[in-house]
Each structure stands twice: as structure tokens, then as C-alpha cells.
Unconditional design. Sequence first.
Length: 277
Amino acid sequence: MCRWIAYTGQPIYIDQIVTVPTHSLVKQSLDTKLRFSADGDLLSVNGDGFGIGWYNNKDIPGLYRDESPAWSNENLHSLASQIRARTFFAHIRASTAGSVQRSNCHPFKYKNWLFQHNGHVSDFDAIKQALYCDVSPEFFTKIEGNTDSELFFYMALSYGLQDNPKEALQKTVQRFQQEAATAGTEAEINISCALSDGETLYTLRYAENDKANSQFYSSEFNVCETTELSDEECPVAGDHIVVVSEPLDSLEGHWKEIPENTFGVIKDMEIFLETFL
């Protein structure tokens, strides 16, 4: 399973989330605390690539991805310390489907949309051929990799993600369920994802036949605790919201767990949580 963070609010440097905190995303790539196998064994390393995507002064997000481990990539550390953004995603990959290559690294981008995912669909090889046929021609040529995550994104786009994200995600999950039943598999479907059009941040935590992967949010995490930025440059509580697969410091205090089977909408520094299916 993968790890990811999604930030929205007062613009900050990406390193204030990705590399600086006590349990930053890069540190999680070497020592995650909440990533378990199906057998309950702790899987501590996420070394199959990484990516960052960010929105600043343009509608179309920037994107940087690489198949190398996040902890050893000097370019990531340099870029994160220079890029300041109002909304950004960051992702470290531990592959479950698809090879270790740049095109399989998250986030995935289509026009002004970003998407990143932590989870898996078991028996994916048994159902993927039929599911690829659901992707509209306008989106099919955009698929570059061979993961269930990228396919999920482009299926959702085909089902109207740009107009109604929740409904599109519901249709995509239901289509995975339908095809799994047709193939005679008891597929585990586990989805913890974030997506954004640059204005609104959406999240989903859902699982079937499996325990949902962890997801938390906070509007009080101190993103400037170990930086040298001025008070004016640092957002205070209420000026930002961070959503994570795994807290960036202690679980106690300011992190709230997002319930299973929940769709979240974050806009104008407010978070709305509702039942997904």
C-alpha cells in the first residue's frame, strides 16, 4: 500500500509537509507505522516511486514524478524547498499492481485534475480487460501505465468526474464490484484517494471485503514548527487543512480519523463528510 498527503490552504512550501515534519512523507517512505499486509504484518518501506502535484498561480497543476525511492531523490528535496503552493498532493508508492516505472507513479493528472490513491483491487488481472473497455475514447489515449489506480481515475473521468465527483466515484466502484461478480471473484476493493480540480479537494475512504486503509485530517497541524518562516508566512489553525494516510507526527491531539465509507469535500477551509455508498 502507498502513503499520501493532500494540503489546501494558505500557500506554503511543499517541504513543510513532505520532508520537514517529525514523521514527514519522505520519512514514512522508510518507516511507515500504519501500512499492513493482508495478513496483518507491518510493511514499513514505500520505495517504488513518488510524485508531487501542485497548484499555485495557474489552473493547470505542476507535476513531478519519478520511479526512484523518495528518500534518495535529491531533486525532490530541492524542488520541495522551492515550490510554494496553495494546494498540493504528494505520494510515495508501494506497488500492488503494475510495474515500477514513472508512468505508474502518482499523482495522475488530466487537465486541471489531480488524483492519487492508496489501496488495491485483488484479482485485478481477472477483471481489468472488461474495465478498460469502459474508458471513453477521449480518455483512453491518456492512460500511460498499467495500474488499477490509473484505470480507476480514467473510468471515473468517463463517468462524469468533472461534473459530479461523488457520483462518478460511486459508479466506478460499483462497476468494479459488478465485474468482480461476473468474473466469479470475491474481490477486495480498498480505496483511499484524494482528487482535486484546483478549487475543491475531495477524498474517499472505502473498502469492501477488507478493512479500509487509514485516512486522517487536521486543520491544526503546525506546518511551520521546524522552519524559519515568519509568522505572516505560516498558516495558523483554520487557514489550512491537511489530509493524510498517516499522521505527520503523533496520532494524539489534532488528527481526526475519517470514518470508513466516507466521501469528503473540502472547500473554503471547511470539510464536509458524508456516507459514500
